[in-house]
Design a protein. Structure first.
Length: 639
């Protein structure tokens, strides 16, 4: 194959050790074969928020399967069965070769399995036989997860083989989260049943949380209660007491999953079924001693590095959060993010935004009134205002979301992490990290992305808050029926013009106009027709306002025209234009009544004693005199 092989990975919770180890294996294989890996990641199921999870799961809708030669599914990391089914359905439909870890549910997928059952069975047998316990409780992962199911079955089978009955109240069904370890212990202790002699946990995270909660109740491990886990994580190895657990070849599994797809793409033979062995590790939490425990010097060294890196990341996150809180515009926001991303080792970091990222929740976007805010999938066109590539920002104004990458990668061996950019369920866009360990090795990647997402959401809200302020201001100064200034708007704008004329020694023009016969129209044709007549009359008044003139509806049927830089001859010119426009409007609307008006116009100099009230009064008096001179008119036409 001339081009690099492209492989997609679907996974959740990449900051956890299981996912870390598998991804390490995938990355090693990709580097060896110069394949490109696109890893689509979510942090779903972490914050106990359904709306947040909708935003996280949306990243999987970005995947364009036509761009890939194969897919690796870590669906065992996705707890939501509905989302899992959506993913598998789309992958099946793509027709791509697929490798999956510890999942034999789909015969069309190539399963890289680790014998969870055998390892858990050996561990439970050891607890029952070597430590002679009979009261055993179990904290499980989600039963929809095949690994959790296999481990629970091994527990039941071992208990049955040793003729020890299992009370259902001694089994707690969790989600593989640390919090489930605490909740499980709380349930066991509050149940009123005799205290368990051992608690078998389906993973290390739950086991370590269970030990901590047992300590809170005053129980010691293993003297009062034996606790075991599964996965042999870093924390399990270095915990005191060190955890009895199961070590799995996760890195090897990830490597195999990637290598098989590469072989298929190259037309080579491959193993259709790969099964790897897991090994129990008997340690201090069950009362055993493990001579292979990491020595204290190695632990201190690794712990210092981890703690020091965490402190640096926290400092970066706090500084970035503080500065982003002061940014009101997207460009300033992105410049701040760029400054801090420099401290993260990353060949390329991208922020890709939907074309309607700044839409309101009710549906109006400032750049496209037809757009509504995104909650599923991504807009056809995206922008990438931030592409920090080897120290330089090279933004892209527009690219198809089907390309996923705003700028194509130039060679093979790249690892790209695609992560959702959203606020609750509202999709704003997505992030891309290329060739960076930060997404998987930093404890704060999720926190950093949350802060950036929140800052962009704040910019979006500010855009619309300012828009709402502008709209409220418009409603304050614009007459809603006639769509010209009302009295408030007129006074505000006219005051500015008076001050300007005073400074520049210019004269002011003011015309006071009274619409004649509005009551007769309302009485004979109804108020709806009266409103129509008012609107058309306002259009006539507005047509007389060119250049620096403004007009307003000053009262019910009273209108004003106001202008600066005026001359005496403007009086006749304005009134002549007004009457011409009025005739045109009457011909245009062709109603059984005629629009008519009385107008009084003055042009005057401005001095320090000039007030708007005085000017309006003068024009009003002239208009009133004209009104008295006019004969009483009949406004209804007779055929």
């Amino acid at each position: 194959m001339d081009r690099p092989i492209e492989i997609g990975v679907i996974v959740a919770g990449i900051d956890e050790e299981y996912q870390n180890a598998v991804l390490d294996g995938i990355k090693k294989c990709a580097k060896r074969y110069r394949a490109n890996i696109s890893c689509f990641c979510s942090f779903s199921g972490v914050l106990a928020s359904r709306k947040f999870d909708i935003g996280e799961y949306n990243i999987f809708n970005l995947i364009n399967y036509d761009k890939f030669d194969g897919m690796i599914l870590l669906t065992n990391t996705i707890s939501d069965p509905i989302e899992k089914e959506k993913i598998t359905s789309k992958v099946k439909k793509s027709g791509l070769p697929v490798t999956v870890l510890d999942c034999d549910t789909y015969p069309e997928f190539i399963n890289i399995s680790i014998d969870n059952y055998k390892a858990m069975r050996s561990l439970v047998d050891h607890i029952l036989e070597e430590h002679k316990v009979t009261l055993v409780n179990y904290i499980s992962g989600p039963l929809a997860n095949p690994e959790a199911s296999a481990r629970l079955n091994a527990f039941y089978d071992s208990m049955d083989a040793h003729s020890i009955p299992v009370d259902n109240d001694r089994v707690y069904l969790g989600e593989f989260r640390a919090a489930d370890g605490k909740k499980g212990v709380d349930q066991f202790i509050s149940s009123g049943m005799p205290r368990p002699q051992a608690i078998i946990c389906a993973n290390d995270a739950m086991a370590l949380a269970a030990i901590e909660e047992l300590n809170n109740f005053g129980y010691n491990v293993p003297d009062d209660v034996i606790v075991t886990g599964f996965d042999n994580t870093y924390n399990a190895q270095h915990h005191v007491p060190a955890l009895t657990t199961v070590s799995r070849p996760l890195e090897e599994a990830g490597y195999k999953a990637c290598e098989i797809l590469i072989k298929i793409a190259n037309g080579e033979e491959y193993d259709n079924n790969t099964s790897l062995d897991a090994v129990p590790v008997f340690n201090e939490s069950c009362g055993c001693k493990n001579p292979e425990n990491t020595d204290s010097i190695e632990f201190k060294t690794s712990y210092y590095k981890l703690l020091n890196k965490c402190k640096r990341d926290i400092s970066l996150l706090n500084r970035m959060t503080t500065e982003l809180a002061e940014k009101d515009e997207l460009d300033d926001n992105l410049r701040t993010i760029t400054f801090f991303i420099r401290d993260i080792k990353c060949e390329r970091f991208c922020i890709c935004l939907c074309s309607n990222w700044d839409a309101t929740a009710s549906g109006n976007a400032s750049n496209d009134k037809s757009n509504t805010i995104q909650t599923k999938g991504y807009t056809t066109k995206m922008s990438a205002p931030l592409i920090f590539d080897n120290g330089t920002n090279i933004p892209v104004k527009e690219f198809p979301s089907s390309d996923m990458q705003p700028v194509p990668l130039k060679n093979g061996g790249n690892i790209s992490f695609f992560m959702p950019l959203h606020f609750r369920e509202h999709c704003l866009g997505y992030y891309i990290f290329v060739n960076s360990s930060f997404p998987t090795k930093s404890l704060l990647c999720h926190s950093l992305l949350l802060n950036i997402s929140n800052s962009i959401e704040n910019v979006r809200k500010l855009i619309h808050m300012n828009g709402m302020i502008d709209e409220l201001d418009r409603l304050y100064v614009i007459d809603p029926l006639c769509n010209i200034y009302n009295r408030n708007g007129f006074i505000r704008e006219a005051d500015k013009m008076v001050k300007n004329c005073l400074e520049t020694k210019q004269k002011l023009l003011i015309a006071f106009i009274d619409m004649d016969g509005l009551k007769i129209i309302n009485d004979n044709f109804g108020h709806k027709e009266g409103d129509f007549a008012l609107r058309q009359f306002a259009n006539v008044v507005n047509e007389c306002c060119r250049g620096s003139r403004i007009c307003a509806r000053f009262g019910g049927d009273e209108f004003i025209i106001f202008g600066e830089n005026a001359y005496e001859e403007d009086i006749d010119a304005l009134e002549s234009v007004f009457h011409v426009q009025l005739k045109k409007m009457n011909r245009l609307i062709n109603k059984p009544y005629e629009l008519d008006a009385s107008i009084g116009t003055i042009v005057t100099e401005v001095n320090a004693d000039t007030t708007l009230f005085n000017l309006i009064t003068q024009a009003d008096e002239i208009m009133y005199e004209e009104k008295k001179r006019k004969r009483t008119s009949r406004y209804l036409r007779h055929d």
